[in-house]
Ligand binder design. Structure first.
Ligand code: ZN
Length: 737
């Protein structure tokens, strides 16, 4: 379905573009450009790669002449209208029991007419197969009727439906008939996905969950029509069942869960359904009824989820168990990794591994395509005889370049802030579906661009014009495998693994791009205001070396860091923020330690110094990451400086700082005539276009730390509090090693 997938993929994100010709400028941000005819056109290779310069245009629904609200896209309107038409048609037997000649042909003509409406003129003159439809009389009559000219050959049902679509008030019959909403969702995803610590199986599991949703959507589309699938993202599905019969709806619930069982062997899906009057499906609806009914279905789903039970596996005492999960009976013997022996696998683990192995390369390639680069220019090809495919990491540790002394890995979780409150304010099904489509394709596109951009950023460090030291030229990162692995993109949420520097850099860029993409239009052009709260995102990043169990990284990144950042983002907060936690070893990477590292202000108050300022904005992270990269060989000196501030009164620590600095300067003066030490130069100078005042605009964060420059804290009388993210910087320096 072009309007459901290809079209949103082409137009979202709206304001960010990649650049194939100039990879160094690949992350440029573009604004909308308004054409003379009033349509918005997006410039840039992101789209021209597919459809030629400036294409495709954003077709506004208001140009369709069908009473659609100004801000809707034509694609939103036709998808909602087609879903309404299908629902209304299937209920027409109940509405007109005397008239049983409802035909598939009539419904087909109605759907085609609606779906072709935005492109009708263009299709009429095109040589493609779509032009055939234009010549079909029933389709032509549908289009004419949608534009207000009702012909005499139009079937009664079609006429009624088109009149309902064109009217501003729903006709009485649309309130009397109901169809059903179907929602489905994976249950206990974490247990299934993170059952094993191996990357191919983790990724395979998340791919399988998406495949369940895809298979259910396909079955539904084939039975009714594709536009009945309202949303499918990650492990969740929202669909319209154009039937008034609750028994049929329950059959579909069972079908979804059985598809899940068939494809994964174990993962549970919960499904639920709820009736909705056809009137609420009209694209002209401007109330909150559609959303309320979707909410009702999810409430039922929530109750079903709690009851969904895990399938029990019985392993007899003498049976061999699976080497991976250690739980289910082994059925296969496989060699999973070259150089390792054969292992015994259960059916569930074998399937996860197989799917992960086959699909990962394809999905990684998609990310590079979105960016407009050939991965083979940057990363070694796969080691087997097929040199045309890029190498994906065989295991988590292989995400980090093999020549690194320590191989730091990051697990990243991101999620939208207060999106429930935003969705509640959207009106009618077309707005709701516009929001979910825009969100999904934007987050997906920007995540791809950010990850590939961050990968290239470190790979081309030797050709960069920004060379703090001559030694930089030797710092080229030669990747033997793609240093990132996407786990899920579920709409507003995203999760991925990466080599820690790439993961941190990608989050910084993703956050900046999301802010740009979703900044209110008034900030861009100065003439439109929105009554919606700001659309912002939170990120949690847990980084450690390969000895830290992947479940531990997950727990810290999602359950501690992401949760805390989201908790500190009240509705209306203008900026999204980022938190990270870097731990040296498994005993430090625990939820408890991560919680303690969070905002240690309560302890610092007595000492009048705050050394961690998380959560950070994207500029703050960019500043610290840049510094961390420059200082990555100086963990020891930086750590001693931070210790001074941790242990002593800030005025004493500041004295210590100035003493160490002066001594270092004197030493380098004696040697080369240079009056500053490179360590302090790198630490103090402006970086990435900002100075340390980025963290305390009032000036308290200036280096060297002078007691007089501190601000006074309102609650603490005249005693000043220093704000200096030395501990944040120290963590990042470790991860950059
Ligand atoms: Zn197993």
């Amino acid at each position: 379905m072009f309007w459901q997938e290809q079209y949103p993929q082409l137009i979202f994100p709206l304001r960010v573009t990649s650049n194939r010709q100039h990879p160094e400028r690949a992350f440029q941000l573009t604004a909308w450009e308004r054409e003379d005819d009033g349509s918005y056109v997006v410039q840039g290779p992101w789209r021209s790669k597919y459809l030629g310069p400036g294409s495709p245009p954003l077709l506004p629904a208001s140009a369709l002449g069908v009473n659609a609200p100004e801000h809707l896209l034509a694609s939103d309107w036709v998808l909602a209208a087609a879903a309404f038409a299908v629902s209304a048609y299937w209920s027409s037997g109940a509405r007109h029991p005397e008239n049983q000649d409802v035909t598939d042909e009539a419904l087909g003509a109605l759907r085609l007419g609606i779906l072709l409406l935005p492109l009708w003129e263009a299709v009429s003159v095109s040589p493609g197969p779509l032009a055939e439809f234009v010549r079909l009389r029933p389709v032509r009559e549908t289009v004419q009727a949608l534009k207000g000219e009702f012909g005499s050959n139009l079937p009664t049902e079609s006429r009624e439906i088109i009149e309902a679509l064109r009217s501003t008030r729903p006709p009485a019959w649309t309130r009397e008939h109901v169809v059903h909403l179907l929602v489905g969702q994976a249950v206990r995803i974490k247990q299934y996905v993170f059952e094993t610590p191996r990357l191919p199986q983790i990724r395979g599991a998340s791919i399988l969950l998406e495949r369940v949703v895809g298979a259910a959507a396909e079955e539904l589309g084939a039975t009714y029509s594709p536009e009945c699938v309202l949303r499918k993202a990650g492990g969740s599905l929202l669909a319209l069942l154009p039937t008034p019969d609750s028994g049929t709806a329950r059959d579909w619930e069972a079908r979804v869960t059985s598809i899940a069982y068939r494809l994964t062997g174990t993962a549970r899906f919960a499904a639920a359904s709820s009736a909705v009057p056809i009137a609420h499906l009209l694209p002209s609806a401007v109330d909150h009824e559609f959303h309320r009914h979707v909410g009702k279905a999810y409430d039922i789903l929530e109750r079903v989820r709690e009851q969904a039970d895990e399938p029990l596996w019985e392993t007899l005492p003498f049976e061999a168990r699976c080497d991976i999960c250690g739980d289910r009976p082994a059925e296969f013997a496989r060699i999973l990794y070259s150089g390792e022996g054969s292992v015994s696998l259960c059916r569930v683990c074998a399937q996860r591994h197989e799917v992960g192995r086959r699909e990962r390369q394809k999905l990684t390639k998609q990310a590079w395509e979105d960016f407009g680069l050939d991965p083979l220019d940057w990363i070694a090809p796969a080691s087997d005889d097929d040199t045309q495919t890029v190498s994906v990491a065989a295991s988590l540790v292989d995400l980090a370049p093999s020549d690194r002394r320590r191989r730091w890995l990051a697990m990243v979780y991101g999620d939208g802030n207060n999106f429930g409150a935003i969705v509640q304010r959207l009106k009618g099904p077309a707005e709701q579906l516009h929001w979910t489509r825009r969100l999904y394709w934007t987050v997906r596109g920007l995540t791809h661009v950010a990850l590939v951009g961050a990968t290239v950023h470190f790979a081309k460090a030797n050709t960069s014009s920004d060379k703090p030291r001559a030694a930089e030229a030797d710092e080229r990162v030669a990747y033997s495998a793609v240093p990132f692995e996407l786990l899920t993109i579920g709409g507003d949420d995203v999760a991925f693994f990466a080599w820690a520097p790439v993961g941190l850099k990608a989050v910084e860029r993703l956050q900046a791009a999301l802010e740009h993409e979703f900044s209110p239009l008034s900030a861009q052009s100065g003439n439109v205001t929105s009554d919606l709260p700001p659309v912002t995102f939170s990120f949690g990043i847990a980084a450690g070396d390969e000895h830290i169990p992947v479940r531990r990284l997950r727990d810290v990144a999602e359950d501690v860091l992401l949760k805390h950042v989201k908790g500190e983002a009240p509705l209306g907060a203008p900026r999204g923020r980022i938190a990270f936690f870097v731990a040296n070893n498994a005993s430090d990477m625990t939820p408890l330690r991560a919680k303690k590292a969070w905002r240690p202000e309560h302890q610092s108050k007595a000492r009048r110094v705050v050394l961690s300022l998380q959560p950070l904005t994207s500029e703050q992270l960019a500043f610290l990451l840049h510094k961390a990269h420059d200082l990555r060989s100086e963990v020891g000196r930086l750590s001693r400086l931070a210790t001074a501030f941790l242990k002593a009164d800030p005025s004493v620590a500041a004295l210590h700082y100035r003493y160490v600095r002066a001594r270092a300067a004197a030493r380098s003066e004696g040697q080369a005539g240079d009056t500053t030490d490179p360590f302090f130069t790198a630490l103090e100078r402006d970086t990435a276009g900002h100075s340390w005042t980025l963290f305390a605009p009032e000036g308290a964060a200036a280096l060297p730390l002078l007691p007089s420059s501190a601000t006074s804290d309102g609650s603490n009388g005249s005693r000043p509090i220093f704000r200096m993210p030395l501990l944040d910087l120290l963590q990042l320096v470790k991860a950059m090693q």
